[in-house]
Write a protein of this length. Sequence first.
Length: 237
Amino acid sequence: MLDKFERVPDASERKYLHCIQCKRQTIHNLEARCASRWSDPRMYAQGGEEYSIFRCGACDEVCYETASWNDDDTEYNGEDEPYCPRIYKQYPAPVSSHFNFNTESTPIPLNAILDEMLYALAGGKMRLAAIGLRLAIEFIVNDKKCEGKTLVQKINHLHEQALVDEDQKDLLHRIRKKGNEGAHEAKGMRVKEMVAGMAIIEGLLEKLYNGPARHEKAITNAKMYLREEGEPVAIHL
């Protein structure tokens, strides 16, 4: 339950945000902001959110941003002073100018992973983008019931099922290693590496999800319209 919700008067701010129209980071001007506060005496917790409308200084496109914080997430700075880090979310989610996936028939959880990865890439968060690319591979091999205890074994099993060729298998392992470096060594991938890796993932989406779905739809339509003479018409209720 909110304890307080009010408009912030005379709010003024200029910051770099990713413009969905310009498809790059531009300076945005704050147009309006509201703030909320909440507390939970039972959990001895409190926090708040800010809701802001920004306008792109290059094209006037408008976006919406939220900033939330919670004292359960308290951290300490270099002088050992406590502070609550803010978590920012932008709507519409930033779209990378480098790449977009065709997700017409892909699983919703996989789409969420790909969206977050593109969000990270658009914001220049290359370590998170690399981790997201690895997560996409892990979802796909699990979704296709690949055998093995490790991601290495599951990628190899994907190849054994002839779902990827030798080159694709090798490149999936390279993406896996880059994702591991992002998670464990805080190393990000370069933009060109990310785009190359995403092209491999796009190929998997086409072969394992989008292509088969289009094929099935084409067969269904063909059976409906290319009937033999005298064949009854199937009525779907």
